[in-house]
Design a protein around this ligand. Structure first.
Ligand code: FCB
Length: 456
């Protein structure tokens, strides 16, 4: 078992959230609809038919939430900015009230010794931009850069740590291929084009942030999976290559090595489309970053399964036959297998591209069926154990010499879990959605103890 003293004194210990999942105030103070406001209203899209209109009402209760962070003893907070709160038309006029909300939140954080890490895009594209083509349209890249400049100009006197995108794999392949996330499109391998525009948006946003704020520290957050083959058969080795290719290398290689993995473009059948883009796109995508954020939850063990009928919506377009087997490892309520050593694997995989690149775990956490006792307390031993084991994996990564600078737990508090609505809870604090009361769970109390704010 590791201790806080196994980590550098300036290590970032944080929690993470995202705008649509916590803020609420969906139609207040000038905010307009994002693709999630639209998608949550599609019948059948959300498991419990809920919407994020109110969510955790963080827009009004953020001071309470900073108090929860103080109880936890964290020194960092990763959150995202709602694009349609800042630019209600997607581009153009700036909404002062939206800006003021984030300034008030950030001041509250700083006053409490908590460093803000700001994600510019955590999946909530303004609906008006989706209507104009969304991430399939190259123009969305320009809109993203404009939005980025506005945010950095408006918040840059208070914030220096920026994350351009959260998990572009999800935006592209859950949003435009499987369709389980907003905007709910099922376009097969064409979803890869959205990935390219997201990556180009990332690269240009990095350049724009540096122009606006030379002292900025800028990174990108990818959701990496440790991928293993189910057997040594050629078919399973190929399945693992494809899974790792779509999930990890399609994003790591252009950003960190300036080239797309050709095998993945061939699997997708999209080589011609990618080749037709200006060659300078890759130079822009590969602009040096200051850190890489990694969201890690699980490992995939891949095998070649049965072919699926052409056109079957899948998050692995072009490789629909790839399946992930059940290895028998314990799982969280999401069905995600628990493999703490997979966290070390993905840190090593990223580190192999640029050994000096600082790394952060920008998300890690677990959903469990939380049942408060009569006093409202949740004894979430499963989540506590999950977090402890992944902190141990971080300590192991540091022992191996990996430049790991921080660890952010998903999430500060229960919130709107996308297609699962409120039916999945990831919080260190339990949220009673009827009263909006926040109560630290056992996992939260354990973290506070680990971080040394309370004695054992
Ligand atoms: C990640 C998302 C985050 C949250 C966790 C459980 O993919 O970035 O918003 O939903 O999963």
């Amino acid at each position: 078992m590791s201790a806080r003293s196994d980590f550098p004194a300036d290590f970032a210990w944080g929690t993470a959230t995202a705008s649509y999942q916590v803020e609420g105030a969906a139609v207040e103070d000038g905010r307009t609809a994002s693709i999630w406001d639209t998608f949550t209203r599609v019948p059948g899209a959300i498991a419990d038919s809920n919407v994020g209109d109110v969510a955790d009402d963080h827009y009004h209760l953020f001071r309470d939430d900073v108090r929860v962070m103080n109880q936890l003893g964290v020194n960092a907070y990763r959150f995202s900015v709602s694009w349609s709160r800042i630019l209600p038309n997607g581009t153009g006029v700036v909404n002062r009230l939206g800006v003021e909300f984030y300034r008030a939140l950030i001041r509250e954080l700083i006053d409490n010794g908590i460093r803000p890490y700001v994600t510019l895009y955590h999946w909530d594209l303004p609906q008006v931009l989706e209507d104009a083509g969304g991430w399939l349209a190259r123009e969305t890249v320009d809109a993203f850069v404009e939005y980025t400049r506005v945010v950095v100009r408006e918040l840059g006197d208070l914030v220096t740590d920026w994350i351009t995108l959260n998990e572009p794999w999800c935006s592209a392949f859950l949003g435009y291929a499987s369709g389980v996330h907003a905007p709910g499109k099922q376009l097969g391998t064409r979803a890869a084009r959205a990935a390219h525009h997201l990556l180009l948006g990332h690269g240009r946003a990095v350049a724009a942030i540096r122009q606006e704020q030379p002292a900025a520290t800028v990174g990108l957050t990818l959701n990496l999976y440790s991928v293993r083959p189910a057997s040594d058969s050629a078919a399973d080795l190929d399945a693992a290559r494809r899974a790792d290719g779509l999930q990890n290398r399609l994003f790591l290689e252009p950003v960190l090595a300036g080239a797309y993995p050709q095998d993945v473009l061939a699997d997708l059948g999209e080589s011609d489309w990618f080749d037709a883009n200006p060659a300078t796109d890759l130079d822009e995508i590969a602009v040096p970053i200051d850190f890489l954020g990694i969201n890690y939850y699980s490992r995939h063990t891949a095998r070649a399964g049965h072919a699926r009928p052409a056109g079957t919506p899948s998050a692995n377009p072009g490789s629909e036959f790839v399946e992930f087997i059940d290895t028998g490892a314990p799982r969280t309520q999401m069905g995600w297998e628990i493999h703490p050593d997979g966290l070390v694997d993905v840190l090593e995989q990223a580190n192999a591209y640029r050994s000096d690149l600082p790394l952060y775990v920008t998300e890690n956490g677990a959903a469990y069926e939380d049942v408060p006792d009569a006093s409202g307390y949740v004894h979430d031993e499963g989540r506590r154990d999950y977090i402890e084991k992944h902190i141990d994996a971080c300590a192991e990564a540091i022992r191996r010499g990996l430049p790991l600078n921080g660890y952010f737990i998903w999430s500060l508090m229960d919130n709107f879990e996308w297609a699962w609505g409120f039916s999945r809870r990831f919080g260190l604090a339990y949220v009673d959605y009827a009263t909006q009361a926040r109560t630290l769970k056992k996992s939260g109390r354990w973290l506070a103890e680990f971080l040394g704010t309370v004695s054992a």
